[in-house]
Design a protein around this ligand. Sequence first.
Ligand code: ATP
Ligand code: MG
Length: 427
Amino acid sequence: MKDDATPLPLDHISVNALKVVKRLTEHGFEAYLVGGCVRDLLLGRSPKDFDVATDAHPEEVRDIFRNSRSIGRRFRIVHIRFGREIVEVATFRGPHKEIDEDSHSVGGMILDDNVYGTFEDDVFRRDFTMNALYYNIDSNEILDLVNGQDDIKAKRIRLIGPPDSRYREDPVRMLRATRFKAKLGFTIDEESGSLIREIGYLLQDIPPARIFEEVLKLFMSGYGVATFEAMLEYELFGWLFPATRRSMDSTPAEKLIHLALTSTDNRIANDKPVTLAFLFAALLWYPFVEDKKRLEEGGVTHVEASHEASANVIANQQLFTSIPRRFSGPMRDIWNLQFRLPTRHGRKPEILLSHKRFRAAYDFLLLREDSGENLDGLGKWWTDYQEADEATRDKLKHQPTGNKKNRKRRRRRRANKNETNTNTYPL
Ligand code: ATP
Ligand code: MG
């Protein structure tokens, strides 16, 4: 076993994680800090969370910690809660191939991954070498069977074992590779890069609920822009958001998503709250607009087309990533408000201002303008309106936006359509 005496900065390790490891070893079990936390500590970054690997079985872990519960997702792990912090404890997992052929799909994907194993088994079932470092707190040693430390020094993302079968075994690893590339600035070698492009389609076999969990990590961890770019580089984005990927060829969708992710990354950097609803609104805006247009061209009214298009787009997207209702609801609100923001006469602006989704809808409007949509200065109008006093607000209501030429064109279009509504931006 290759040891390394690199001491990790103990003061950067969560006291709760240390407590968990100590308690487990006091009870005679092996226990290590493992995975992303060791990697991040070696890189001088502060870990997002702490994972523990042990030879204790979940029931044994639960017996030791009262503040724990078993999580029965793909892997059976135990969550130990300390206030707001959760330390994840996983039992060493073993290989499944020899034990049970049924645990793989025809394509080689792991379907069941709950077989316990030895320390060594656990090392080799992990994804990348940089994620397979085990830190022994007592001896202050890092156990590294896969030269992970060398790869970290060289900033290399390297799979443990043959890339082809390891990616086929769990295609989500391809997403993880792009995420780590973006977050850590590491490289994926040429060969693995081409392989990812070649077999990215395997992501279609992953249940939408699991993809959704990954999307959260990909876009909501503070490195969304870089991750999005890496996903485009390795041609993975289209397997998660096919309709969006298609509309990127003919609309400013890419620009809009880029801007939404930039704003998300900045907010995270400044500890401001972020919501996935806003990001999904940007991701699916152009597929929505296109579908709405198609319906309207087929004679469906604006209101119906809007309703139907959002339902269509969400239903199609759910085949790839689930979208929990708590996000799809607000996302639809943001979209619907886009068609209401242009109406600015009478009490309309006040009503809109008090809408609980006004702020998000207004931010989204600005984003659309920034991405190149010409909305005749509607964003600026709303900015001015919010900053104005009562009298100025009144004046603004009677002041059309846009330049003269556009105003003329708009008047003509309204006359043609025989519309009477003033101040309505035609979408
Ligand atoms: P971060 O928490 O910074 O996103 P991480 O590496 O800790 O990165 P987690 O999802 O917390 O990522 O996973 C913890 C560890 O579990 C990983 O470091 C890796 O060793 C292992 N692991 C996670 N997902 C997989 C996978 N799909 N295949 C193999 N091993 C995995
Ligand atoms: Mg982690």
